[in-house]
Design a binder for this molecule. Sequence first.
Ligand SMILES: C[S@@+](CC[C@H](N)C(=O)[O-])C[C@H]1O[C@@H](n2cnc3c(N)ncnc32)[C@H](O)[C@@H]1O
Length: 438
Amino acid sequence: FTPSRGAVARSSIAITTQQSTPLTQLNQYASATAGAINLADEYAQRDVYSMEEFATQYGLQKAPGVELYSDDGSDYQLITQQPIGAGQTCLYVPSDVVISSEKAYQEFGNEIQQAEQVLVQIDQGTAARLPLFRLMVKILAEYDQGENSAFFPWLNSLPRVYYNGVSMTNDCFSCLPPYAGWLASTEKANYDSFVTALRQGYVQLQSVNDDTVTQWAYNVALTRFQEVWSPQRAKLIAPMADMLNHSAEPNCEITFDDMGNCEVTAMYDIQPGTPLTISYGDPTNPTPIFAQFGFLPADCATLFCKAMHLEPYIKELGIEFKDLLIQTESGEIAPKVWDLFLYEILVNNDPGAAEQYYVAVKCNDEATKQQYQDQYFQYTLDSMKQHVYSILSDVDTMNAKAQNYDLSTHPRVPVIVAHNNLVRDTFTMTAALLEQMG
Ligand SMILES: C[S@@+](CC[C@H](N)C(=O)[O-])C[C@H]1O[C@@H](n2cnc3c(N)ncnc32)[C@H](O)[C@@H]1O
């Protein structure tokens, strides 16, 4: 039985309330706990327990049994050792410790406004990403303060190494199929624009010319933010809640109240020993998660059909990427992929028929669509086979190339190969299904 969210009564958190510590004392706490953050050593120990203590000083509350857990001492997540009921609060993070793009915008005032004007001039596409830019500025400013930052214990709890698109090189991009390569390199281009804007010097940041630090700050913001749309659009990072891992079938959700306090709530009954998870993005398509977060979700039921060469037709027909999927368990192809491949054939061979097919797709006129699909079935099938075999061949070539790289200089190879293997395994099943069709 899975209760609907609306039907679940929210119980208040079953935890003893703690007094939060005034900010002045927290600064003392920060300087007492640790040395400077060492980004040069990728394998430096993350101090997640001091982060938890720091957040608790401010008033962090956890449901009984919720704790930090790591298999390997480098990647952490939250799990529960005791049952948690649907609707119960697992974690409460007070707004005092929440980093917010809006608070950063207020804090850096005129300086950040000028930097943002430059940023949008450099790349208009970044206008939608200003909340991310503000988070990055705040993280850099806190990093500059070292152990004098009130956020030092949080900064010192963060991973040093990242595997996402921003961390990749041109060698990495050349080992990825077009869709993944495009998403990953877009992330990197966005980072480059942020850094170029920051290096104009409008915001006073000591570490802005250090690539290691700027890339780390961007990656922290990119991989740990939550987005809210009320009272205005903002990106927020809540220490401790930023330790929740992703699942395609999450058991928790994160909300923020109007004061910016963060609450992690169980969506279902959660058994002891279970990781607490949220969804990082569209569970039908692992590739954007791969590009943004640098891991391949293991539980994705579908992936994008990879027909990037048909992007103009995807746009023309108004099809969304999430409708152009292939089942990872069976290789089965979504109906809109057939629409897309047929449309390209018609555009190139029979413009009159293409127009009629276009109208039929737009109006969901299934009878007319079926008529064209029957008439052109062999051509569509051939075109689909050609696409699937070319992806299979590309992926093999790319994996062979990736595996030739030295892991010490190309640590992203394993995740790239894992991505390509998922594509290969899925498309191999698709090829077999297409062969059965004729
Ligand atoms: C918001 S943080 C979550 C906490 C993180 N595991 C840590 O140790 O700091 C996001 C990062 O966690 C890792 N991650 C989250 N969910 C994952 C999953 N399902 N499989 C593998 N790695 C995951 C990825 O490195 C991702 O960039």
